[in-house]
Write a protein that binds this ligand. Structure first.
Ligand SMILES: N[C@@H](CCC(=O)N[C@@H](CS)C(=O)NCC(=O)O)C(=O)O
Length: 312
């Protein structure tokens, strides 16, 4: 089985998955995609979805880290992300981290000193293009002011520190999906914007936990390219089982399997992917589409955070 991860080095959500690949000690192929639109080689696979990271196994494409975590858990159940007694709380904390904590941390991280550091040595145009791309992705919604973000981030760091007072990981002696989801926003602060990373010094327990997390490494990546990933998709006829027994049709929308649909994120990067609905289970949607370069592709999305509609 060949796992490919479409990502770029400074993506926090990609870091969440790279670290899980490390925790589960997996071999994978690393494909870099652009940080901003256009992303024609990624969209040849996804059919429209543009966010990072995206996981590829043969001609199956998995969008959003929520579902990528489930797939990695199924493919490599050792070192579980969901210890049974805390699965509900771990998933709920992870969702808070991926939405609320992430947006506060990024509003803090991208204060002028942080943004200038990320784009140091690059033409001024790069930062402007990045800012315009992300502004369009937010559909014009404004971002929190850095001072408000700093105050909120400090409170969140205290809470995270408190969770670690008497245990090595956030919810116990073993890591869970909650650790990986909280880690990635803090990783960006510490590793990508060191000029503003002083905020972490007030919570040394959090820094020690971050060291423990980063020690999992990133597994065994090897470099691949966008062209190779599209070629691998085009020649793949396999339908590796990515989800186990979880396949029962759950009809919430009055849309039958076999109908043409569009699926889009409910916020932030809402480019829709179109195709034939081939699965709608309790946790995910899957579509089948045919691309001129990539051939027949199956694209999977989590239900949570995505909007399903009949294609017009
Ligand atoms: N809910 C998504 C969020 C992914 C996300 O927001 N990724 C950021 C990068 S860390 C992104 O796609 N930014 C825009 C881009 O790279 O084009 C997930 O869990 O995968």
């Amino acid at each position: 089985m060949n796992i490919l991860l479409h990502h770029y080095p400074t993506s926090p959500f990609a870091e969440k998955i790279r670290l899980i690949l490390g925790y589960k000690d997996l071999t994978w192929q690393s494909v870099y995609q652009p940080m901003v639109m256009p992303k024609p080689d990624l969209q040849a696979l996804t059919g429209g979805y543009r966010r990072i990271p995206v996981l590829q196994v043969g001609n199956q494409i998995v969008c959003d880290t929520l579902l990528i975590c489930d797939v990695l858990e199924h493919l490599a159940p050792e070192k579980t992300l969901y210890p049974p007694s805390i699965e509900g709380v771990a998933r709920t904390v992870a969702q808070w981290a991926d939405s609320t904590l992430f947006s506060v941390a990024m509003a803090y991280n991208f204060q002028p000193a942080g943004a200038q550091h990320v784009f140091r040595g690059q033409p001024e145009e790069s930062l402007k293009m990045f800012a315009a791309d992300r502004q369009a992705m937010r559909s014009g919604a404004s971002r929190m002011h850095p001072s408000d973000a700093a105050a909120t981030y400090k409170s969140y760091l205290c809470r995270i520190s408190n969770m670690l007072d008497s245990q090595a990981f956030l919810l116990g002696s073993q890591p869970s999906v909650a650790d990986f989801a909280i880690y990635h926003s803090l990783w960006f602060t510490r590793q990508i914007v060191p000029p503003v990373a002083g905020i972490l010094q007030a919570t040394p327990t959090v820094l020690t936990w971050m060291d423990r997390m980063s020690a999992f490494g990133q597994g065994r990546p090897s470099k691949s390219s966008t062209m190779e990933s599209i070629a691998a998709c085009a020649v793949s006829t396999n339908a590796q089982d990515l989800f186990g027994s979880e396949a029962e049709f759950q009809n919430e929308h009055g849309i039958a399997l076999g109908e043409q649909v569009s699926i889009a994120a409910e916020s932030f990067g809402m480019e829709p992917s179109m195709g034939e609905l081939v699965a709608a289970t309790r946790t995910r949607y899957s579509i089948r589409r045919v691309d001129g370069h990539a051939g027949e592709v199956f694209v999977h999305f989590p239900r949570i955070g995505f909007i399903l509609k009949k294609a017009n």
